[in-house]
Design a protein around this ligand. Structure first.
Ligand code: NAI
Length: 328
């Protein structure tokens, strides 16, 4: 099948090309993000392959359908960027990669938490400048602390098991509690009030949008650390900024940011950052930001590529792909 791949980077192109030796699709790679005005690049393809920050709203989907697209293959788990109702109306099948390496994301969340708490980002820069002072680098033992896990699906569950190994007390909040995890399920209020660390692992949905906003952040224990490796809009960024400035929130480690599209994944080092909230967050010593890289392991990339290409082959054969979000 001819597939237009949007928002391509070296790492995903390499993984897709390697796996495609087994599938023999015709892959056309574009570095441009998918949006209404770039949809025409897909002309001549039957499928497009999109990533987390591509825009798949009704106008873009309509433009893709006009170019002859029948299949939207997301090479990610989250699908908050797609108007599924519009896709259905336009007879577009939508598939995703529901699981590629929950370990990659959970381990990155732990890495961020450890680095933020023990101030490794600051220590690393200091030592490179031959500044061997320890002033301001005091962290806390995770052992015995309370960690609140919001969402105990595939990623949250692995995060919980890792944190159990640190000897933490684990509180969890999820619409569907599980019985196989070393956590105590509590309501949102108790989780917010008692956690020294909060890690977010729910998908972005209307019900989870701004899960942490001024009102809910006020309910946090003073000095709590926040880790977000899920989706940026789970946190109201401006409210986080205020809570960090007042000292109510002790620190934030973010792999995602609500306005990350057009910024994350790009080298903007020669430009003036236009997002003042992000610029202010980056300037804070108790904020650690990575650019949506939690998924970025060799294992995850290989799984993303093979599942995506396998799903496209299934669609081509007329089978109902396993990972379907909208079936036509
Ligand atoms: P999952 O679907 O296995 O787990 C999500 C959990 O959230 C489920 O247990 C579900 O019951 C719970 N949940 C859903 N809505 C809820 C609500 N309104 N209230 C309470 N709980 C609710 O998803 P998985 O694989 O664990 O991924 C979680 C999120 O991580 C994804 O949706 C995605 O946004 C993000 N992600 C981030 C990546 C990165 O590179 N930073 C990579 C992959 C995923």
């Amino acid at each position: 099948m001819i597939v237009s791949v949007f928002d391509t980077h070296h790492f995903d192109r390499a993984a897709l090309e390697k796996e495609n030796t087994h599938f023999h699709h015709q892959l056309h790679f574009f570095t441009a993000r998918l949006e209404q005005k770039t949809a025409k690049l897909a002309a001549g393809s039957e499928a497009i392959c999109a990533f987390v920050n591509d825009v798949l709203d009704r106008p873009t989907l309509t433009a893709l359908q006009k170019e002859g697209i029948r299949l939207i293959a997301l090479r990610c788990a989250g699908y908050n960027q797609v108007d599924l109702v519009a896709a259905h109306d336009l007879n577009l099948t939508v598939v995703r990669v529901p699981e590629y390496s929950p370990y990659a994301v959970a381990e990155h969340a732990v890495a961020l938490l450890l680095a933020l708490n023990r101030k490794l980002h600051r220590a690393y820069s200091r030592v490179r400048e031959s500044n061997f002072s320890l002033e301001g680098l005091v962290g806390f033992d995770l052992h015995g602390k309370t960690v609140g896990i919001v969402g105990t699906g595939k990623i949250g569950a692995i995060f919980a098991k890792i944190m159990a190994g640190f000897g933490c007390r684990l509180l969890a909040y999820d619409a569907f509690p599980r019985s196989d995890l070393p956590v105590m399920y509590v309501n949102r209020e108790k989780l917010l009030a008692e956690s020294d660390v909060i890690s977010l692992h729910v998908p972005l949905l209307p019900e989870t949008y701004h899960f942490l906003k001024a009102e809910t952040m006020a309910q946090l224990k003073r000095g709590a650390l926040i880790v977000n490796t899920s989706r940026g809009a789970l946190i109201e960024a401006r409210a986080l900024l205020d809570a960090l400035k007042s000292g109510h929130v002790g620190g934030a480690a973010l792999d995602v940011y609500e306005e990350e599209a057009g910024i994350f994944f790009h080298d903007l080092s020669g430009k003036v950052l236009q997002d003042d909230v992000l610029a202010r967050l980056i300037s804070m010593p108790n904020v650690l930001i990575t650019s949506h890289q939690a998924f970025l392991t060799h294992e995850a990339l290989a799984n993303i590529a093979s599942t995506t290409l396998e799903t496209i082959s299934a669609f081509e054969r007329g089978a109902v792909p396993e990972n379907v979000l909208v079936k036509v």
